[in-house]
Write a new protein. Structure first.
Length: 123
């Protein structure tokens, strides 16, 4: 996949913490989320699973869409994900990324459980 503007949602697990973002290079950004290269919310709360994305022709339209989605209630974001990805499958695997490890409860294991996993960051 070449560089192309896109809006995306990554999640810690099904119905877990979600983050909405915009990028000019989806695969590069997914790699950063998965490896924790960038400090911040997604690294802190282990938000690494690509569960939804929407390509755009120009960055300006992607930014407008991202801002709209960020202002949506959490339920609408969950509905958006589940419309096309009802099992919250990691879509990054379709682009050749290795599967993330699964915990017994279906979430991605990490060192420290946080109550933030039940919060929506407003993203």
């Amino acid at each position: 996949m070449e560089k192309q503007p896109a809006v995306y949602i990554v999640a810690s697990a099904r119905n877990g913490t979600i983050y909405t973002g915009v990028t000019s290079h989806l695969l590069g950004r997914v790699h950063q989320h998965r490896t924790g290269e960038v400090e911040g919310f997604t690294k802190r709360y282990h938000v690494r699973r690509l569960v939804w994305f929407e390509p755009h022709e120009i960055m300006e339209s992607a930014i407008v869409r991202e801002k709209r989605i960020k202002n949506w209630p959490r339920r609408w974001k969950l509905d958006l994900i589940e419309k096309d990805n009802p099992t919250w499958r990691d879509l990054a695997e379709d682009f050749g990324f290795a599967p993330l490890p699964q915990a017994l409860d279906g979430s991605t294991p990490h060192r420290q459980r946080s109550t933030a996993s039940v919060w929506d960051s407003g993203s």
